[in-house]
Design a protein around this ligand. Structure first.
Ligand code: NAP
Ligand code: MG
Length: 477
């Protein structure tokens, strides 16, 4: 049975309760995790607070950075083991799981080498004064992460926090805890002091809620659904602490008639089928200039009909989705499309002979989807692309901005002026021009506007989010 990780120890829940871990491949139980609750969160927050005033808190920025870099190396040294664990827990094809582990290592390398390169300032002020602006950690940082990219999300969330000298408490999603637990063990093996990294497994409404409401934390980073994001922000407000929310998206590709279609089409396909569509930045809407609509749909239909779904070790384009609720969610949206007589332009293929209790869904290309249809407004979190067409640039921008979300977008055109106008008019945290990198780029500041959330992760900006300045004004005459 897997254990959680508190104060440098692998432990069970105080209550002794456990949760079953089911395989997305066949719905069968293959492990158990502790069902942590408030008592376990209390222990983890206490351990983190103690770490700040003991071995972990005493390290220099250089020493913290070296530990993070070592952890990145350790992840790479255990690459295949971690990729297998990630694939088993989430159902990802092995190639995707391997990429995720490489990116996880990259987070530790990037922030490890950044920890001693972010610093304060000395400000000019009145005669007789010296003003130092120090940059300090926030204290104990809480990280509630989702199941879609457990390894990557763990790295994205905790690496900057640790680089700045915070101590972290993580609540992974109950469907994807195994890799986060293993990473905490590897961190111990490379020398992270006790209490610096704590992982409490359990249910969102128990362990997750207890963590977000805990008076002993100083910051929360949350990635997941809108509904829970609102609860987390409310809990943060009660304790008057900062929260960073990453709540998903409905990211559009805006495709103009002059674009390089041969480049665009495979990238657009990949942007929605990668990770079986369970990506916050999935390019789930396609907004195409009417003159080329038939042409691009024909090319995309060809691609979609070749998309194959299978188990992680078959290593096809898509694996199963993570759990039964997610399978039912994707099926629900496909039924909604059918009810509204929306064109099913093409569908991928679920390999024959897969266990029928597994969580397999059919990749689907929908055509002429009205902008106000649910399939165009809500995050399906599955391999479903909704296409529509436009006449004018203004109409394209209105469609791109026509949802509550604003996480990512892509603009496809060879016209330089249009590249600038459209990318500036789209409300999103990241806009690609003639490219699309769902989840890509550890170096690139990332986050949402509108209901996609607030705050920034990745890049150097993440180090600012998990630290605060202190201005020391010294009169010396
Ligand atoms: P979710 O409930 O928001 O889960 C995200 C994280 O929050 C998990 O660790 C979850 O733990 C935890 N959580 C749940 N309830 C909580 C509470 N009351 N207080 C504190 N933490 C809590 O998301 P989901 O139900 O797994 O997925 C539903 C939908 O959310 C998806 O279909 C998708 O549209 C969206 N989603 C978006 C992202 C993203 O990257 N933006 C990621 C995942 C899901 P448990 O899992 O253990 O409950
Ligand atoms: Mg799982």
């Amino acid at each position: 049975m897997a254990k959680m990780f508190i104060n440098g120890q692998s432990v069970s829940a105080q209550s002794g309760k456990v949760l079953d871990v089911l395989s997305p491949v066949d719905g069968k139980k293959f492990d158990e995790i502790p069902r942590g609750e408030k008592a376990d969160i209390d222990l983890a927050v206490t351990a983190a607070n103690n770490a700040l005033v003991s071995a972990w808190g005493k390290l220099t920025a250089l020493e913290r950075g070296r530990l993070l870099v070592k952890l990145g190396e350790k992840v790479l040294a255990n690459h295949e083991e971690l990729a297998l664990l990630e694939a088993r827990d989430t159902g990802k094809p092995m190639t995707t799981a391997r990429t995720d582990i490489t990116v996880l290592a990259r987070y530790f390398e990037f922030y490890g080498s950044g920890s001693d390169k972010i610093h304060g300032m000395v400000l000019p002020f009145l005669n007789g004064y010296t003003v130092n602006v120090l940059r300090e950690p926030l204290g104990v940082t809480a990280h509630i992460i989702p199941w879609n990219y457990p390894a990557q999300m763990l790295g994205r969330s905790i690496a900057p926090a640790l680089a700045m000298g915070n101590a972290v408490v993580v609540k992974p999603a109950e469907d994807a805890c195994l890799t986060p637990i293993r990473i905490a063990e590897l961190a111990r093996d490379v020398g992270f002091p006790e209490g610096a990294i704590n992982i409490v497994t359990g249910l969102g409404e128990e362990a997750g809620a207890a963590l977000s409401e805990h008076p002993g934390i100083n910051f929360i980073s949350f990635t997941g659904s809108n509904e829970v994001g609102v609860l987390v922000q409310r809990a943060a407000a009660k304790n008057v602490i900062k929260c960073v929310l990453e709540l998903g998206g409905k990211s559009p590709h805006v495709v103009f008639g002059d674009c390089d279609l041969d480049r665009a089409v495979p990238i657009i396909t990949r942007g929605i089928i990668a990770n079986t569509g369970q990506t916050c930045t999935a390019g789930s809407r396609l907004i195409v200039e009417r003159s080329i609509y038939p042409q691009i749909m024909e090319k995309l239909a060809k691609q979609f009909s070749q998309v194959k779904v299978g188990t992680p070790d078959m290593d096809l384009d898509c694996g199963p989705v993570v759990n039964l609720a997610q399978r039912e969610r994707v099926e629900f949206f496909l039924k909604e499309a059918q009810k509204s007589n929306i064109d099913v332009v093409a569908q991928g293929v679920i390999s024959p002979g897969l266990p029928k209790e597994g969580y397999y869904v059919t990749p689907t290309l929908l055509g002429n989807v009205p902008i106000n249809h649910r399939c165009n407004q809500e995050e399906i979190f599955g391999p479903v692309l909704a296409a529509m067409s436009f006449e004018t640039e203004a109409e394209a921008i209105a469609l791109a901005n026509g949802t509550d979300y604003g996480l990512m977008a892509a603009v496809w055109t060879e016209n330089g002026g249009r590249q600038q106008r459209v990318s500036k008019s789209i409300k999103a945290g990241q806009v690609y021009i003639n490219s699309f990198g769902a989840g890509g780029g550890v170096e690139l500041p990332f986050g949402g506007v509108k209901k996609s959330g607030h705050g920034r992760e990745k890049g150097f900006l993440a180090l600012e989010e998990v630290s605060a300045t202190k201005t020391v004004i010294n009169y010396h005459g």
